[in-house]
Write a protein that binds this ligand. Structure first.
Ligand SMILES: NC(=O)c1ccc[n+]([C@@H]2O[C@H](COP(=O)([O-])OP(=O)(O)OC[C@H]3O[C@@H](n4cnc5c(N)ncnc54)[C@H](O)[C@@H]3O)[C@@H](O)[C@H]2O)c1
Length: 467
C-alpha cells in the first residue's frame, strides 16, 4: 500500500514539475508591476529562420485543409496560379470537399485527393507529393495541424491568427526552426493596395520617420455568427478577454515599423469595455442565463511601445453596429496616411497653411487627384504587373490573390517569404498577451522575443524578387 502511495505521489510531483517547466518556459513572472514573459533559449537542434529560403520548387503542390467560408476562395484563387497544383482537399465534412472539387471542375483542373473527418488532415500531411499545406480551419486547430504538417516535411500557410497562445506561438517557431520548413501566416491585409503603396512610400522616405501607427479589426459579425462550423468563433469569444483577432490590424503596421527587422514590440497594455452587446448576443443565441458572463469586451484597445520609441494602437470590435474599419493609420515626421473611412494622405510639412489660431485646418489632406497621382507613382513593386489580374480574380478586392501569388512566387523561385514565422508569432501573440494584461487590470506586459535577440539583425523589411 505504502509503495502505491509513494508511486502516486512521485507521479503527481513529476506532472506538476513538468507543468511548471512549461509555465516557466513559455509563461511570465510579475516583476515591478509588470508582466514579464520569458524568452526561452533556442534548443541546440534549431536554427534561426530569418531570411530563410528553401530550394526552388518548380511546381508547388498544395493540400488545403478547411473548406468552410474561407477555404474555397483560396482553392479558387490557386486555380489561377500557374506554378501551383492542387493535390488534395480536406474538411471535416465530405460534402464540403465535394463542393471544392466542383471549383476544380469549373476551372478544368483535375480532381484532387479527398480527405475528411477530424483526423483526415493527418493522411493528407503524410502524402509525399505535397509541398505546402494551406490551412483555413478554426483558430483552435491552426497550430496543432501546422505543427503536424511541418513535422511531416511540409511548408505551411496558416489563416489568421496562426496561434491562440504564447505556447502555440513558440510551438510554431520551434517546429519551423527545427524542421526548416516555412511557416507563413496568411495575413492578407498586408497586401491591400493602399497599405502596400504606403509601405513603399514609407520605405522611400516620404513619411520621414514613422513614429506612430494604428490598426484595427472593427467588423460587425452579426450576420455570420451562425455560419462558423461548430460555433467555434462565438465559443472562443465568449470565453476570452483580449484582442482575439489582432492580425489584420497589427500586420500591416508592423511592416511599416520594420518589426523584428530593426525594431521590436516591447511593452503592451490592453483595456476593454464590458461585454454589453456580446452578452446580449449570447443571451439571444443560447437563452438568457446560459452564458453567465460573456468574456470578450465589445471594444478592446491595445497600446504597444517599441524598443525604438514608436507607439502602436490596435483595436478590436466585432459586436457593435459600426462600419467595417481596419484603421490603418500612419503618422510620420513628414507625413500622414489614413485609410478608413476615406483614404487620405497629407505629405510634407511645407504645405502647412498659416491660418488664424481658431482655424483647425492648418494641415490638410492632399486633393484626391494629387493622392491618386502619387499613389500611382509609388505603386509597390510586388503589385505592379499583377494588380489587374488580382482585381479580376478577387478575394477582398484582390489582396488575397496578391498574397497567394507572392507565396507561390517565392516558393517557386526559392526566395524568402514576405512574412516569416516570427511575424506569425509576434502578431498572433497579442491574443494571449492582451488577455493577460486585461486580466491583471491592464498591467503592462513585456513581450517575449521570438527571434531570441535577433530583432535588430535584418535591415528593414524587403520583398524578395527573382532576378
Ligand atoms: N484572412 C481573412 O480575411 C479571413 C477571412 C475569413 C476567415 N479567416 C480565417 O479562416 C479560418 C476559417 O474561417 P471560416 O470563416 O472559413 O470558418 P468556417 O467555420 O466557415 O470554416 C472552418 C472549416 O474547417 C473545417 N474543419 C473543422 N475541423 C476540421 C478538421 N479537423 N479537419 C479539417 N477541417 C476541419 C470545418 O468543417 C469548416 O468547413 C479562420 O482562421 C478565420 O479566422 C480569415
Amino acid at each position: 500500500m505504502r509503495k502505491v502511495i509513494f508511486a502516486a505521489m512521485a507521479a503527481l510531483l513529476a506532472l506538476s514539475c513538468s507543468k511548471k517547466a512549461v509555465q516557466d518556459e513559455y509563461g511570465y513572472i510579475i516583476k515591478d508591476n509588470q508582466i514579464v514573459y520569458n524568452t526561452p533559449a533556442r534548443p541546440a537542434d534549431q536554427q534561426s529562420m530569418l531570411n530563410f529560403a528553401c530550394d526552388p520548387i518548380e511546381n508547388v503542390r498544395v493540400g488545403f485543409v478547411g473548406l468552410g467560408m474561407r477555404g474555397p476562395g483560396a482553392v479558387q484563387r490557386f486555380c489561377y496560379l500557374e506554378d501551383a497544383t492542387i493535390v488534395a482537399l480536406c474538411d471535416l465534412y465530405p460534402e464540403r470537399v465535394e463542393d471544392a472539387q466542383k471549383i476544380l471542375d469549373r476551372h478544368g483542373k483535375p480532381r484532387a485527393a479527398e480527405y475528411s473527418g477530424e483526423e483526415g488532415y493527418k493522411e493528407l500531411c503524410q502524402r509525399d507529393d505535397i509541398d505546402l499545406v494551406y490551412l483555413a480551419v478554426p483558430w483552435q486547430l491552426h497550430t496543432p495541424i501546422a505543427v503536424y504538417a511541418m513535422e511531416h516535411g511540409k511548408h505551411v500557410a496558416i489563416e489568421v491568427p496562426a496561434a491562440t497562445s504564447i505556447e502555440e506561438c513558440w510551438a510554431l517557431v520551434n517546429t519551423s526552426e527545427r524542421t526548416r520548413k516555412h511557416c507563413m501566416m496568411l495575413e492578407n491585409c498586408c497586401y491591400d493596395f493602399f497599405e502596400l503603396t504606403c509601405l513603399n512610400m514609407i520605405q522611400e522616405g516620404l513619411f520621414g520617420e514613422v513614429v506612430h501607427v494604428e490598426g484595427a479589426y472593427c467588423h460587425n459579425l452579426d450576420p455570420y455568427w451562425d455560419e462558423y462550423q461548430g460555433d467555434w468563433r462565438m465559443l472562443y469569444n465568449r470565453e476570452h478577454h483580449g484582442d482575439v483577432y489582432p492580425t489584420h490590424g497589427i500586420g500591416p503596421i508592423c511592416e511599416d515599423l520594420n518589426i523584428h527587422r530593426g525594431d521590436k514590440m516591447d511593452v503592451l497594455v490592453s483595456m476593454d469595455t464590458d461585454a454589453f452587446n456580446g452578452q446580449a448576443i449570447a443571451d439571444k443565441r443560447y437563452g438568457k442565463g446560459v452564458v453567465e458572463k460573456y468574456a470578450n469586451g465589445d471594444n478592446t484597445m491595445t497600446f504597444i511601445r517599441t524598443r525604438k520609441g514608436k507607439t502602436i494602437l490596435v483595436e478590436h470590435n466585432v459586436v457593435t453596429p459600426r462600419p467595417y474599419n481596419r484603421m490603418y493609420q500612419v503618422t510620420g515626421t513628414k507625413g500622414f496616411a489614413n485609410k478608413y473611412p476615406n483614404e487620405g494622405l497629407a505629405l510634407g510639412a511645407e504645405n502647412v497653411k498659416f491660418t488664424a489660431v481658431d482655424d483647425l485646418d492648418a494641415e490638410e489632406y492632399m486633393s484626391d487627384a494629387a493622392r491618386d497621382a502619387i499613389m500611382a507613382a509609388y505603386e509597390h513593386p510586388i503589385s505592379k504587373g499583377i494588380a489587374e489580374k488580382a482585381r479580376a480574380v478577387g478575394g477582398h478586392g484582390g489582396m488575397d490573390f496578391i498574397m497567394d501569388y507572392r507565396l507561390v512566387y517565392c516558393l517557386h523561385n526559392g526566395l524568402p517569404l514576405d512574412q516569416d514565422v516570427y511575424d506569425a508569432a509576434e502578431w498572433s501573440s497579442l491574443v494571449e498577451l492582451t488577455e493577460v494584461s486585461i486580466n491583471h487590470g491592464s498591467m503592462p506586459v513585456v513581450m517575449p522575443d521570438f527571434t531570441r535577440g535577433e530583432w535588430n539583425k535584418l535591415d528593414g523589411l524587403k520583398f524578395a524578387l527573382a532576378e
